[in-house]
Design a protein. Structure first.
Ligand SMILES: NC(=O)c1ccc[n+]([C@@H]2O[C@H](COP(=O)([O-])OP(=O)(O)OC[C@H]3O[C@@H](n4cnc5c(N)ncnc54)[C@H](OP(=O)(O)O)[C@@H]3O)[C@@H](O)[C@H]2O)c1
Length: 230
């Protein structure tokens, strides 16, 4: 299960996991794009891909997750909490609604999914959860109070559950993307920027596979990825 699969990093991670051979459950709000991706993956790969509408601002959609998973599928053993909401603003422009939106998408949603899936992973003796962070999960930045609070919280959730579940075979890892992810949109917005200063989302996806493959006894709990130039 990959959240935020409709574009950006989530799309790349979904592609990499599908290529690796997983059945992928692609989650986000934009169902047209998710169905397009699922069709593309199903044409190319032997694994099943299914699009699943999830809106983290509407928790009722989250309560139906179990019902939405195709019945013939084995239990979900991999969860990538990648969906993100990012609207930096000075404190004066950060009202409660803005704060709650960040918390909903970046922390409360991942908590609800984890609460549902993690105990089942432990029951079957193993699983893998990667939570995607940003520099704001470990350091302060001006005009980022809501976003950074939500990513700090997601980091706390990840590290606490990693401690609680490692001896039940579930590998939780906080993946901190310490830089800007490359995209066509970013290159258009910053035409003079050296592209090598961006992080290639395909390389992040490759790291996720690498983390998934780590043998028990040598698990990364927190990974910091950054470009070699900035
Ligand atoms: N981009 C960067 O430079 C950068 C840097 C460091 C860390 N990160 C982190 O990396 C992750 C991916 O970033 P990105 O830039 O690839 O993201 P993005 O292109 O902005 O895409 C965000 C994804 O989250 C989904 N999403 C947003 N609001 C949602 C909601 N209410 N309910 C369900 N899904 C929702 C979106 O899908 P729908 O709109 O279809 O719902 C989309 O698939 C995020 O966690 C971000 O914080 C990004």
């Amino acid at each position: 299960m990959i959240t935020g699969a409709s574009r950006g990093l989530g799309e790349h991670i979904s592609r990499a996991l599908t290529n690796y051979g997983f059945n992928t459950l692609l989650c986000a709000r934009d169902m047209d794009r998710l169905n397009e991706l699922a069709d593309e993956f199903n044409e190319q790969e032997p694994g099943d891909s299914v699009a699943l509408p999830i809106d983290f601002h509407k928790p009722k959609t989250l309560r139906k997750i179990s019902d939405a998973i195709p019945k013939q599928w084995p239990p979900i053993s991999v969860l990538i909490n990648n969906a993100g909401h990012y609207k930096p603003a000075p404190l004066e422009d950060t009202d409660l609604k803005t704060f709650e939106k960040h918390m909903d998408v970046n922390c409360r949603g991942p908590f609800i999914l984890t609460r549902e899936l993690l105990p089942k992973m432990a029951e079957i003796g193993g699983g893998f959860i990667a939570n995607i962070l940003a520099p704001g999960a470990v350091e302060g930045q001006s005009e980022h109070c809501a976003f950074n609070a939500s990513k700090f919280a997601l980091r706390g959730l990840t590290l606490s559950l990693a401690e609680e579940f490692y001896d039940r075979g579930v590998h939780l890892v906080a993946v901190n993307i310490h830089g800007e992810i490359d995209s066509e949109e970013k290159r258009t917005q910053q035409p003079d920027r050296d592209p090598s200063t961006f992080i290639d989302p395909r390389h992040v996806a490759r790291e996720i596979i690498h983390l998934y493959e780590q043998p028990r006894g040598a698990w990364t709990r927190e990974l910091d990825l950054r470009p070699s130039r900035h």
